[in-house]
Design a protein around this ligand. Structure first.
Ligand code: NAP
Ligand code: F7E
Length: 342
């Protein structure tokens, strides 16, 4: 039985990856942060009492800020594959918390890589790199495109990209960068633009909210479906040689187009409900990200099937469905207009 270790298992991608690997027969170990409330809602459906013989998913407390803990854990678990998905992953928040972002999204990576070396395990390593690396460089973007980061988040990911590549060259580690363009799902964090829109549509449709405040509607992104992207991560670690790959749909869509599609899908006119608030603007914006995934298609046989506007409809349906189930925690606890969070 193969064994995998996932940092960020409680996040959107970590939850889909854990599901995928369990389905392939892996034993899966995940790193979780100790919090004062439960933070496992995205993986609760995978829970099997660890005392039971059929249990194959185990969680361990730890943090990317604690390198010694990472080394001890890796030595104990001895995984065949390490997926480093943990990060402060919100671009706008990285302008508010640049030092914390550097520490988790940047230095956190070297702590995991050093933990791999210190524990002397034989493993393959996946680094969650990002299309944000391209920043101001115009699309289409592929593995040869120059990086031009435009936020503390992107600058921290740039460090992580290069240190992963350096460890591959310096120590002959099977280490890869997945340069993933935006990928979304019904499990997407509630303050990323797609989920913010689809949750608002569901709440407005249900008569629980009247409007939503948004920032720059002109930005263009290449939104794919997260459940498909974790398959690409896994394929990168099954390749004969380690390399870096772009995963994307190749289709660019503006925030406005996504928003119009989501409102129309619920039979609503977006102009009646969308307002502008400058707090959602970024000091430096990334205008357009559209990926060219041909290398992953040719070498890994990976291709995105769900395209951005279908994804918008899929996410609206999921949020409307979620709202119909009484006792949804976010509806009960959070004021209808939400916290003024970015
Ligand atoms: P996400 O939903 O924000 O999940 C982030 C995960 O990291 C959560 O499990 C979080 O734990 C954990 N985490 C944060 N700080 C940590 C720390 N100091 N120590 C340990 N764990 C920590 O992100 P995602 O969308 O799944 O993305 C996964 C990775 O891919 C991230 O590195 C992200 O930057 C990168 N990425 C994402 C996209 C995208 O479009 N989704 C595109 C390119 C790259 P809590 O649950 O406790 O907060
Ligand atoms: O913003 C605009 C905003 O926060 C997308 C992360 O997963 O993908 C993600 O980063 C666009 C930006 O994602 C609002 O200005 C307008 O242009 O959903 P987002 P992101 O910044 O692209 C990359 C690849 C990652 O690696 C990151 O981890 O939407 N926008 N109005 C807004 N964005 C937000 N969040 N909220 C708004 O109200």
């Amino acid at each position: 039985m193969k064994r995998a270790f996932i940092t960020g298992i409680t996040g959107q991608d970590g939850s889909y990856l854990a599901e995928l690997l369990l389905g392939k027969g892996y034993e899966v170990h995940g790193l979780i942060r100790r919090a004062s409330t439960f933070n496992t809602s995205r993986i609760d459906h995978l829970y099997v009492d660890p005392h039971e013989p059929e249990a194959r998913l185990y969680l361990h407390y730890g943090d990317l800020s604690d390198g010694a803990r990472l080394a001890t854990l890796l030595a104990e678990i001895n995984p065949d594959e390490v997926y480093n998905l943990a990060a402060q992953s919100h671009v706008r928040v990285s302008f508010d918390e640049p030092e914390h972002t550097a520490d988790t999204t940047g230095t956190g990576t070297i702590r995991v890589l050093e933990a791999v070396r210190a524990s002397k395990i034989e493993t393959r390593y996946y680094q969650a790199s990002s299309s944000e690396l391209y920043g101001a460089t115009p699309p289409p973007q592929n593995e040869e495109t120059a990086f031009y980061p435009r936020s503390p988040y992107a600058a921290a990911k740039l460090y992580s990209f290069w240190i992963t590549k350096n460890y591959r060259e310096a120590y002959d580690l099977f280490a890869v960068n997945g340069i993933l363009f935006n990928h979304e799902s019904p499990r997407r964090g509630e303050t990323f633009v797609t989920r913010k829109i689809t949750r608002a549509v569901a709440a407005i449709k249900a008569g629980r909210q009247d409007h939503v405040y948004m920032g720059n509607l002109d930005a263009v992104r290449d939104w794919g479906y997260a459940a498909e992207y974790v398959e690409g991560m896994w394929r990168m670690l099954q390749a004969d040689t380690p390399d870096d790959y772009v995963l994307a749909t190749g289709v660019g869509t503006s925030v406005r187009e996504f928003l119009v599609t989501a409102f129309e899908h619920a039979g609503l006119n977006w102009e009646d409900h969308v307002r502008f608030d400058e707090r959602y603007l970024r000091p430096t914006e990334v205008d357009a990200l559209i990926g060219d995934p041909s290398k992953a298609e040719a070498e890994l046989g990976w291709k995105a099937k769900v395209h951005p506007l279908d994804l918008a409809r899929l996410m609206v349906d999921a949020d409307i469905e979620a709202l119909q189930h009484a006792g949804q925690p976010w509806i009960d606890r959070v004021p209808l207009e939400g916290w003024p969070l970015r």
